[in-house]
Design a binder for this molecule. Structure first.
Ligand code: ATP
Length: 198
């Protein structure tokens, strides 16, 4: 999976709609301190479904919305779109996919995949199947190297599982186990009803 394009609007310091094309090869982002370099990486993680406000360097998730300056009023929403090419994923799925996450003050987050409303879980699965996601070790933010060195064995295992592309299977296994438990509960209830009818 390759990220081809990033679009931001109202996200942190990117108040105006901004579009960045990511061409094949190595991409570097340079700029003075505080110009928003880390905000760009956070925008990618956020669109992939990051649910921790703390890891977005905020107190609450609405802190990702442009908070205003002395010259400009705050915005009511933030939106990030990433266009990914699935050709290199190797999971049989091909073509470009646009993932959009939008947050509105007081209304929470909403996701779209190719213009269709989806759940956060669908976005997480799409990236997990491609062995990536908001917590992918491929997205290295400041201080992360030290965190990898200090990671517990279980955390390292998660990184390896992501790299091996089996993280999505864990999510599906959890889903299947939940459905199994619900079905077992239904069977018990059915037995009770049948016993009552006897
Ligand atoms: P450094 O080189 O120091 O690591 P950087 O280029 O990575 O900096 P960021 O940390 O991405 O910069 O951006 C920080 C800037 O984003 C700060 O100026 C901060 O005020 C601004 N910012 C963060 N959240 C918001 C928000 N919700 N609304 C407006 N501006 C914000």
């Amino acid at each position: 999976m390759r990220i081809r394009r990033l679009k931001l609007s109202g996200f942190k310091s990117f108040v105006e709609p901004s579009e960045l094309r990511i061409e094949p090869g190595l991409t570097g982002i340079v700029g003075p301190n505080g110009c928003g370099k880390s905000n760009l990486l956070e925008a990618i993680r956020w669109a992939m479904g990051e649910s921790s406000a703390k890891s977005m360097r905020g107190g609450g998730m609405e802190d990702v919305i442009f908070a205003g300056t002395t010259q400009r009023p705050a915005r009511d929403f933030a939106e990030v779109s990433i266009l990914v090419d699935r050709a290199a994923t190797g999971d049989g799925q091909e073509g470009e996919v646009e993932i959009v996450r939008r947050i509105e003050r007081g209304a929470g987050s909403a996701y779209r995949i190719n213009g269709r409303d989806v759940r956060a879980k669908d976005v997480a699965l799409l990236f997990a199947d491609a062995a990536t996601g908001a917590h992918s070790p491929a997205l290295v933010s400041q201080g992360r190297i030290a965190a990898v060195i200090a990671a517990k064995p279980t955390e390292r295992r998660q990184m390896l599982e992501e790299a091996a592309g089996i993280a999505g299977l864990h999510v599906r296994r959890k889903d299947a186990e939940q459905k199994l438990r619900a079905t077992e509960a239904n069977l018990v209830r059915l037995d009770e009803l049948l016993a009552d009818m006897d």
